[in-house]
Design a protein around this ligand. Structure first.
Ligand SMILES: Cc1cc2nc3c(=O)[nH]c(=O)nc-3n(C[C@H](O)[C@H](O)[C@H](O)COP(=O)(O)OP(=O)(O)OC[C@H]3O[C@@H](n4cnc5c(N)ncnc54)[C@H](O)[C@@H]3O)c2cc1C
Length: 505
């Protein structure tokens, strides 16, 4: 890590709003800087935070991080919210330990209300925010631009992509082939080491209110109990780095060698990096993963190149799609050839039609599909190869492509720890609507959309072994769930012993 205090590259920053009376080249701020953290929940390797601190120190004003916990965000449940909040709790502890002079404020409610109020209360001059291409987040930012005082500037920093989405391309890209060239050309400029995060030179003037993390997490977990937390994936920045390059089981240190071959074998989940939960919640920077990957390229060139293709090209292609295609999660967002072929086959006869409930409960006639659904429900992470088969079968078993897409997205986002991500929308759009793919031989229901079937899977991997593996996984998870429920009952009973008796009527 370089220790320079170099500013963030201007290409990473978009000025969403310029404060009135403050020319764009005038750097001096009079009030604090607030970083509204949303997608990139980390202290390490975070260009948005680096920019916020840099701007504050240049003007000798204080800087704070603000995070808003929504009452509900795209249906996130205990699984996703618990992981996120436990990661943030660690981030908060680290901030307190490191004496960076950067307080952390947690708000609850709607960000379009809480953040502007906070900016007003603290007299902020600059709001820095990270970048997400999802429409909800963009709508909030548009509201904030209108809502915040004219004396406040707003900067958006793309700290999620190695090459900022608006720099990589100024248009909707057709596929990996077209964006790869553009991204590769820009890597020497953007795939650079991160400077060390500097402490804020000015102390925050007011004491920061304590955060009752345990209560907030317990509340969120209780309300989202329908999809319980997972145990195998420890949240937080340190855990993310451990998964990337830890000595015990790190991806680059111990599991990289066979990535190019094993990543398509659902019986070898450890063949994949396992980084998607951390990348999704921004607990690790893709840029850090890429930098560390490059360091071991000499040892395993093919594996590293395949990993970087997924991590940079495919992942950033998803952001490109969601950024430039407003209909990124509906049939309207498919290429014209795909819409035509899907609609031409929409009323083709289906051998089976299942309701969303039947699919959710893994009640289909296909044991392989049922296993993939159960892997997602119980472990929160279906293997990447199975995700394609899973989504394509939903097209085959629902009344038409619109229903298939809506069902796939709903289930994906409900159960996956890495759900509600541009990769998820694009993954479903690729599988069902042919986005970023080409036309294939025409067949019933699918039209020219690429087809996958059970026999093809059987040729590729040990299907029965995968079904047995998921069966064990589901059994262990159900046992854990039952034990937790028992513990909960015992806790409530113990609590009841201490409660005063109810007044007699
Ligand atoms: C129907 C469907 C749904 C999907 N839903 C999601 C989702 O909700 N969230 C999500 O992050 N990914 C999703 N993916 C993409 C991919 O399957 C996962 O990113 C991958 O399985 C995550 O595991 P990993 O990090 O161990 O993968 P690795 O193979 O180790 O990949 C490393 C990283 O590269 C990126 N990556 C890998 N494959 C792809 C891909 N096909 N497209 C874009 N980026 C990729 C991811 O950021 C991933 O974390 C979906 C794919 C499909 C076909």
């Amino acid at each position: 890590m370089s220790s320079s205090t170099a500013s963030v590259q201007p290409g990473r920053i978009r000025v969403l709003k310029q404060a009135r009376g403050l020319p764009i080249d005038q750097k001096k701020l009079t009030g604090p800087v607030v970083y509204w953290m949303f997608r990139d929940q980390r202290l390490r390797d975070n260009w948005a935070l680096i920019h916020a601190v840099d701007q504050a120190n240049k003007s000798k004003v204080p800087v704070a991080i603000a995070f808003n916990l929504f009452d509900s965000f795209l249906g996130a449940k205990a699984r996703q919210l618990g992981f996120m909040l436990r990661g943030l709790q660690k981030l908060h502890h680290r901030l307190l330990e490191q004496s960076l002079n950067i307080p952390f404020f947690l708000f609850q409610g709607e960000a379009v209300d809480t953040i502007p109020v906070f900016l007003k209360e603290c007299g902020a001059s600059l709001l820095v925010t990270d970048f997400s291409p999802l429409r909800e987040v963009r709508t909030w930012k548009e509201t904030m631009i209108r809502k915040v005082d004219e004396s406040v500037s707003i900067h958006e920093v793309d700290t999620h992509n190695v090459v900022p989405v608006w720099v990589a391309s100024d248009k909707l890209e057709y596929g990996a082939r077209t964006i790869r060239r553009k991204i590769t050309k820009l890597l020497p400029e953007y795939l650079i080491d991160f400077p060390t995060l500097m402490p804020s030179e000015m102390k925050w003037p007011a004491p920061q209110p304590p955060i009752d993390w345990e209560r907030i997490i317990a509340d969120v977990v209780r309300r989202g109990a329908e999809v319980p937390e997972i145990q195998w994936c420890e949240p937080g920045e340190d855990a993310a780095l451990e998964v990337l390059m830890g000595h015990k089981n790190g991806f680059l240190t111990t599991r990289l060698r066979n990535y190019s071959t094993d990543r398509n074998n659902p019986l070898k989940p450890k063949g994949l990096s396992g980084l998607s939960p951390y990348l999704h919640f921004g607990q690790i920077a893709a840029q850090r993963c890429a930098l560390e990957g490059q360091k071991v390229r000499k040892l395993f060139p093919q594996a590293v190149d395949t990993f970087l293709e997924e991590l940079i090209v495919r992942r950033e292609l998803s952001d490109n799609f969601c950024f430039y295609q407003p209909h990124y999660d509906s049939l309207q967002g498919a290429w014209e050839w795909a819409r035509i072929t899907l609609m031409a086959h929409a009323s083709d006869k289906r051998e089976h039609i299942y309701t969303r409930q039947q699919l959710e409960k893994a009640q289909t006639a296909d044991p392989l599909w049922n296993a993939s659904q159960l892997e997602m429900v119980h472990s929160g992470k279906m293997h990447g190869f199975m995700r394609m088969y899973w989504a394509k079968k939903i097209l085959e078993w629902t009344t038409g492509p619109e229903e298939a897409l809506a069902t796939a997205i709903a289930l994906n986002d409900k159960y996956h720890i890495d759900g509600r991500d541009p990769n998820g929308y694009v993954g479903c759009m690729w599988s069902i609507c042919g986005v970023h793919d080409q036309g294939w031989r025409e067949r019933p229901i699918f039209g020219k959309i690429r087809y996958m079937n059970y026999a093809g899977c059987k040729r590729k991997f040990d299907v029965d072994g995968y079904i047995a593996y998921v069966k064990r996984l589901a059994g262990e998870s159900s046992k854990r769930k039952a034990e937790n429920q028992l513990k909960q009952v015992a806790k409530q009973t113990r609590l009841a012993d201490f409660l005063p008796p109810l007044p007699s009527q």
